[in-house]
Write a protein that binds this ligand. Sequence first.
Ligand code: NZQ
Ligand code: ZN
Length: 388
Amino acid sequence: MLGNFVYYNPTKLYFGQDSLKYLNDELKNYGKKVMLVYGKGSIKKIGLYDEVVKILKDNGKEIFEDPGVMPNPTLEKVYDGCRIARENNVDLILAVGGGSVCDYSKAVSVSAYCEEDPWEKYYIRMEEVNNKIIPIGCILTMTGTGSEMNGGSVITNTETKQKIGRVFGPEVFPKFSILNPLYTYSVPKYQMVAGIFDIMSHLLEQYFSGEDDNTTDYIIEGLLRSLIHSSKVAVKNPEDYEARSNIMWTATWALNTLVAKGKTEDWMVHMIGHAISAYTDATHGMTLAAVSIPYYRYIMPYGLKKFKRYAINVWNVNPEGKTDEEIAKEGLDRMEEYMREIGLVMNIRDLGVTEDMFEGIAKSTFILDGGYKVLSREEIIKILKDCM
Ligand code: NZQ
Ligand code: ZN
């Protein structure tokens, strides 16, 4: 049964090949000082940096640059960004890049005027934001996280080896996001498929929980079917606009809070994946890929009905003459086959995990209780062994 919920998404989204022109309109809503946040240079290579700087200057903006945001953005970098934002009293943070740039910008947005240590307040104690929030706009260049239309902000504390995802409320969502699928053409294949699997994982984390008949599960199945089809096309031809635009839009829907409404959620693949990244700095989507099949095989008996439905509705498994277990298992076999076909990393050894890290990774994993099985630390270690 659908639980009670409020659905409100304040992000204004501009999608398509002409979408950058709307930046001119959006800039009119903010003061003169713009903090321009980006990663390690891809936006310069694709010419987007020059275009954005020109638009900012044409609109009379003063630009404060904050480049060098790394994948898996660190707390140390957030402290630097807060200083830039505060000292220059910026009116808008413009994040140009992928999920890391966007997540980092949210962290700076809430932390710049925080009077305590923002890590402790917002990421450890998960308190409500009660200080000034700097508004954010986003121009997305890599698709996967959904950060362009949600309140997620995942930050890594390299000292304590913790990677923590905080989900802020609508007041921290980007005020606007510009999505042009053409910008994603230059994303390297490794990152592209990692992003594709991140989308799949977001959908599955919200799907594999509960046994009720819930509209959002039907939406998830539709999004998964579209993603599987489009990703196969995009891997063969990265410049297929239809496929790249479908993937980009699916990523946004997969984690803009819609499909989670009224239902319980799992998120254990992400919790283990984040702990792996904290130890290895591995690419987010690849950590999820390496963990998913062993994790789902392990929990399948506890959520058999849903795994059977998944096999039939998403992977077109013919149920005739088969037991529920056989059907569910065939679904996971097909998923694994698809993952190998698009070129995902299928074990954690290839991500730099060694056996001596198991204890630490298991300890650093947040254990949640929304899925079909609440894991113990020992079970996490068992799953990690299966992922090698
Ligand atoms: O730094 P640059 O030079 O920009 O290069 C980036 C980076 O190396 C490159 N890239 C991005 N756009 C490109 C491009 N290269 C060529 N052409 C382009 N157009 O891609 C690399 C990866 O970028 P990154 O932003 O790290 O990737 P992604 O979007 O996958 O973000 C990953 C981060 O988001 C977090 C992850 O944990 C990870 O820290 N997540 C955020 C979520 C959220 N906000 O809701 C949820 C997710 O589950 C996830 O945890
Ligand atoms: Zn993710």
